[in-house]
Design a protein around this ligand. Sequence first.
Ligand code: MN
Length: 234
Amino acid sequence: MPRPAAPDYVFAPPAPTSLSIAGQAARFPVRRVYCVGRNYAAHAVEMGHDPEKEPPFFFQKNPDNLIPEAETFPYPPETTDVHHEIEMLVALHQGGAEIPVAAALDCVFGYGIALDMTRRDLQGQMKKMGRPWEIGKAFEMSAPAGPLHPVSAVGHPEEGAIWLKVNGALRQSGDLNQMIWKTAEMIAILSRFFVLQPGDVILTGTPAGVGPVQRGEQLEAHVAGLGTLDLTVT
Ligand code: MN
C-alpha cells in the first residue's frame, strides 16, 4: 500500500509533546490535558468550598504546557502569586465515550507526577468575574511532569503518600486514598462529556497545603510508588 501523500502544510507542524516512560525508550505522545478541580476534601475547604461530594468539575491545560522531564519551572509573567499543586497524573492509551466505571481502568497506560502550577491571583480574579480560568491555569510551562510508570510496573495506585516540599519544608501532604473521585470514576465521568482518546492525560487534583513559590526555591514533589520530581523555580 502506498502511503498517502503528506499534506501540504503552510508551515511545519510541531511534534506532539511527549512524556518519558520509566524503563522504556518509547515515549507517550500527549493529546489533551484534563484537570480535575477540588478532588481532596481538605483542599476544597482551604479554597473556601464545601467538601461534600459534589460532581467533579474539569478544566484543561494545553498539551504544550507540560514540561516533560522537568528540572526547572520558569516563573511566569503577569502574576505575583504562583501556587504549587502536586497531582497524580493518569495517562490513557485507550479512550471512548460513556466508559463504564468497571472498564475505565483498562484505559490507563500509566501514572506519573505533575504539578498544576497556578497563577492564583489571576484565577481568583477570573472566578470573581465568572470568567474562564485559562489565564490562571493554562499558561506556558504550567505543568512540570515526571516520567510515566506503566500499569504493568506499578498497578493502579489507590493509596499512598502524596506530598510536596519547598526548600525541604513540607507544604502539601495527603494520601491518594483521600481523593473524592477515584481514577476510574473520573475517567467514566469525563467520558460522558468528552470523547477520550489515546494520549489524553488527567491531573487528578491536589491535596491541601497549596501556596506560593518564589524564584530560586527548590520544589520536591512525591507520590508513593511514582518517585520524586525535583525542580527549581527560575
Ligand atoms: Mn489542580
